[in-house]
Ligand binder design. Structure first.
Ligand code: GLV
Ligand code: MN
Ligand code: MN
Ligand code: MN
Length: 420
């Protein structure tokens, strides 16, 4: 529409950056400004504080908050035509345990900024727009990630993760009930819905856009992911007295298992992603043979056939490799590769072109809540450059200028999608 340029101009670089920096203080390492790292785990008091801050900013511009059974938070801006399905835009507010200032939170604040700019420019849109913050995208405190969006989309039942515990033994079910009780003053909405479209702005978290000197990634789809938890149970023994031949050493079996998995996951094309990065050892004492080891597997591939074949071979590979331990393998997350909808990728491409920004079509290596919205409605994502591609790391950085370009594209995309 002819008024969109005013809305694009109303997107404020300073306001968006200021809000990002306020959010970065919630969970900042050593009480700093977040540039040394942020730890804002889902459903903690810090997460609640961040949500409260967001709700306050939303209410100040006339948005109506509501919350569903998974704690997903929505801030609604009404449309002019009653009864039309809303356009949803957002991301997540939880962080990695040693995360940065931008992963997730920027997508929520960009959506708020875009809606505020549309209001300030007096753009009237037929459809409602809802800013959404999904619960537990990272999966750092409670595995897996994307619980809020998976439950919303009906990919998983709402009670699927009630018994999942964090490292202190608190269950997701308990943490969620406590959270909902503390947020009881917010209007409750039914879980799920049938949005008109979903758009998520996110930092790239990879090196491509920066290296090529580009402003915007038009995200074409997301590769598939599978998460497994492996438990090896042996027996503890005295490190000085127990003959090696008599041990049932869980760490030695873990080494055998990971070595065999590395062979299973070998990929000369370097497309496959295989990661073991969280290991718990009991009793975790240097002079006691390890009785129990738990380790995680994060396996990703863009081709569903490879994801299925190699993922399904994981358990047998581990069983074939270990010598002494009892083995338990549990799959905790299974997200197939998705392709985004041309209605959204096209809108992102048009907006970037209209704003004179340099854009490229690219797939996402990270998973996102948008993945689970694909079966529900036309969905897509907007990427902006990440400094040196660093993410899931305190050094994660995107400049205020890069971030505002992304929010401007989002504003124009939302105007197009919510127009009729
Ligand atoms: C998201 O945090 C991912 O691990 O891809
Ligand atoms: Mn994220
Ligand atoms: Mn992340
Ligand atoms: Mn439409």
């Amino acid at each position: 529409t002819s008024i969109t340029p005013n809305a694009v101009a109303a997107v404020s670089e300073a306001r968006q950056w200021d809000r990002l920096m306020q959010m970065a203080r919630l969970g900042a390492f050593r009480g700093g400004d977040g540039s040394e790292g942020v730890n804002r785990a889902c459903l903690t008091p810090l997460d609640r504080e961040a949500r409260r801050l967001l709700i306050g900013w939303g209410q100040a511009i006339g948005l109506t908050p509501s919350i569903d059974a998974l704690g997903n938070l929505f801030l609604r801006s009404e449309g002019t035509v009653p009864g039309l399905a809303p356009v949803l835009a957002g991301s997540h507010m939880d962080s990695q345990p040693a995360g940065g200032r931008f992963d997730g939170i920027w997508g929520v604040l960009a959506a708020l900024e875009a809606v505020q700019a549309l209001h300030e420019a007096g753009v009237s849109l037929a459809r409602p727009i809802e800013v959404v913050a999904w619960t537990n995208e990272e999966g750092g405190r409670f595995a897996p990630g994307c619980m809020g969006s998976m439950a919303y989309a009906g990919h998983s039942a709402a009670d699927s993760w009630d018994a999942v515990t964090d490292s202190h033994g608190v269950s997701f079910g308990e943490a969620l009930r406590e959270h909902l009780a503390k947020e009881a003053d917010l209007p409750r909405r039914p879980l799920g819905g049938a949005p008109h479209a979903y758009v998520e702005a996110h930092i790239e978290q990879g090196p491509q856009l920066e290296a090529a000197g580009l402003d915007i990634g038009i995200v074409t789809g997301i590769q598939g992911s599978r998460w497994f938890l492996v438990e090896l149970l042996g027996a503890s023994a005295h490190a000085g007295t127990a003959p090696v031949s008599m041990r049932r050493d869980a760490v030695q079996d873990m080494v055998r298992a990971i070595t065999a998995l590395n062979a299973l996951m070998a990929d000369p094309t370097d497309v496959l992603r295989f990661t073991v990065a969280k290991i718990e050892v009991e009793p975790n004492s240097s002079n006691s043979v390890a009785e129990r080891v738990r380790f995680t597997i994060d396996f990703r591939h863009p081709d569903a056939a490879v994801l299925t074949a190699r993922g399904d071979a994981i358990e047998a590979t581990i069983r074939g490799a270990v010598r002494h331990c009892d083995v338990t393998v549990t799959e905790r997350f299974h997200a197939l590769p998705v392709e985004f909808h041309p209605a959204v990728t096209g809108a992102v491409e048009r907006a970037a072109a209209a704003q004179g920004l340099k854009a490229v079509r690219m797939p996402s290596g990270a998973f996102h809540d948008a993945q689970f919205m694909v079966p529900l409605c036309p969905s897509g994502m907007i990427f902006i450059p990440s400094y040196r591609g660093i993410s899931h790391n305190p050094a994660e950085y995107s400049s205020p200028e890069q971030l505002v370009r992304g929010a401007r594209v989002l504003a124009q995309v939302l105007a197009e999608l919510a127009r009729d």
